[in-house]
Ligand binder design. Structure first.
Ligand code: NAD
Length: 485
């Protein structure tokens, strides 16, 4: 067991304090003891971030870029160890841990590169003024991150804001306080980032509300980066609205994969298998509905079942070939089981899997799912996937759009024109033709529409979100005032 009791939000050790246990979901063992901070700690962290802001924001842009490169390098140095921590703390497959540990440094390299992009525009002026638009850092930005891809999503939430000159108070999920939080305190110290630029506030479920409120309501906080569920995101966005604060909320999804009759069957079934079961379906862009054109429904289902039945279920920290690990906690497993039971009770048929053993749920494929079933509308966030037949593209688009969510989507077809025409009509922030909906790159505008969020993260879109846009003019004698004045 790791003990982070001595680690403080300010990267400095402090006296032993109240802690909470961080569990390995694979076997329920205590993986780490974590400082349990409260509202007062959050306030102190915000004060520290505010104190660090003038110096950090005044650094030349290329110095901050170099610091971001140092963070990327420090992450790279510890890749394997971090991947193992992601497996131990989050219960994911080793391959998912390695993906996260290699993708996240790229985010910081991209953030460094972003600093070399223009920071404003020159506008025409009818008075001959020099009319400038400039982007300036906001001040303290709060980052609240989820447990499912903790290293990557925390990194994405803060890297661009930091590069732009903001300072950060980070509250990781109580399920992954190390890989989503404290690891960054270590990494930033290793990279030599000035003290106070990053401040990590870890807390147990019991303190989340008060710490979260402070991270939004404190007048020194100017922007909020939230990634998590739509339920909490609505609450956060409403609070930010009441306090007139800029926020970016990246939320849940109910992504569809549409497989047309001309699809490459191997590509389609691989996209379905990866999209539905990677990290036990606990990815915001996971495939949650597979729509297959009637003519190929049976062969698609047979090949998909064949592929999915080869995924090994078990403790990923004991065996790297266990691709399907546990769900993050009992509550999440109970939610997925409830959706599965509800679907079966209302007439859905299990064609693969269906086994539930505590937090472990077998890759499960359902047919015969109908709109009144919970699994049709609610985000599942687990390895249970319904497959639906469709006749026409109009019908597939209607089923895909029949949800409150709108994060990502996928279309598999050999006809690129048809793929683009379908993509055009899907109500999602992102769409990937001939791929699974699960796609990310650090420099792209990542985000959803409808209940999947407001705002975009990634590259210059994050910079836009976490800077203030100012209009500054320089008068050169071209604008006269009315003579009466
Ligand atoms: P969650 O909403 O329960 O928690 C997210 C974060 O918010 C955690 O740090 C949590 O402690 C914090 N939080 C909870 N209540 C709060 C409050 N009242 N005030 C302030 N903070 C609060 O989500 P989760 O279970 O950690 O993550 C899974 C969800 O996140 C899924 O719905 C998934 O689709 C979504 N997600 C979205 C994206 C995206 O980029 N769109 C990425 C990953 C996950």
């Amino acid at each position: 067991m790791r003990d982070y009791r001595e680690m403080s939000f300010a990267n400095r050790p402090m006296a032993a304090r109240k802690t909470f246990s961080d569990f390995n979901p694979a076997d329920g063992s205590v993986w780490a003891e974590i400082p349990d901070m409260d509202r007062q700690d959050a306030r102190a962290a915000i004060d520290r971030a505010q104190a660090a802001f003038p110096e950090w924001s005044a650094l030349p842009f290329n110095k901050r870029a170099r610091y971001m490169i140092k963070v990327a390098e420090a992450l790279e140095k510890r890749q394997l160890e971090i991947a193992e921590a992601l497996v131990g703390e989050g219960g994911g497959w080793f391959g998912k841990g390695m993906f996260e540990a290699t993708f996240t440094p790229e985010i910081f390299y991209t953030a460094a590169a972003t600093n070399y992009a223009p920071i404003g525009e020159i506008l025409p002026s009818e008075h001959g003024k020099v009319s400038m638009v400039v982007r300036r850092p906001m001040g303290v930005v709060s980052v609240i991150s989820p447990w499912n891809v903790p290293l990557l999503l925390t990194g994405r939430g803060m890297a661009f804001a930091l590069a732009a000159g903001n300072t950060i108070v980070l509250k990781p999920s109580e399920e992954t306080p190390y890989t989503g939080g404290l690891v960054y305190a270590e990494i930033f110290a290793e990279a030599g980032i000035p003290e106070g630029v990053l401040n990590v506030v870890t807390c147990s479920r019991g303190n989340v509300q008060e710490v979260g409120d402070e991270l939004i309501e404190n007048p020194l906080v100017k922007g909020i980066s939230f990634t998590g569920s739509s339920a909490v995101g609505r609450h956060i966005a409403a609070k930010c609205g009441a306090h007139l604060k800029k926020c970016c909320v990246e939320l849940g999804g109910k992504d569809a994969l549409i497989v047309c009759e001309d699809a490459d069957m191997e590509r389609a079934t691989a996209a379905a298998n990866f999209g539905s079961f990677m990290h036990q379906g606990q990815i915001c862009m996971s495939v949650e509905k597979i729509l297959v054109q009637e003519d190929i429904f049976e062969p698609f289902l047979a090949r998909f079942i064949e592929r999915a039945s080869m995924l090994k279920v078990g403790d990923p920290s004991k065996d790297k070939s266990n691709v399907i690990g546990p769900l993050i906690n009992d509550k999440q497993a109970a939610k997925v089981k409830d959706q599965l039971d509800d679907a079966v009770a209302r007439g859905a048929k299990v064609v693969l899997g269906g086994g539930v053993d505590g937090r472990y749920i077998e890759p499960t494929i359902l047919v015969g799912v109908t709109p009144e079933m919970k699994i049709y509308q609610e985000e599942t966030f687990g390895p249970v996937i319904p497959v639906f037949p469709f006749k026409t593209d109009d019908e597939a688009i209607a089923i895909a759009n029949d949800t409150q969510y709108g994060l990502s989507s996928g279309v598999i077809t050999r006809d690129e024109k048809r793929g683009l025409a379908i993509a055009e009509r899907l109500e999602t922030g992102m769409c990937h033709i001939n791929c699974s909906p699960i796609n990310d790159e650090p420099h792209v505008p990542f985000g959803g529409v409808k209940a999947s969020g407001v705002g975009r993260q990634g590259g210059l879109w994050s910079t836009e979100t976490f800077t203030e846009t100012r209009w500054i003019t320089l008068e050169r004698g071209g604008r006269a005032f009315p003579p009466v004045f």
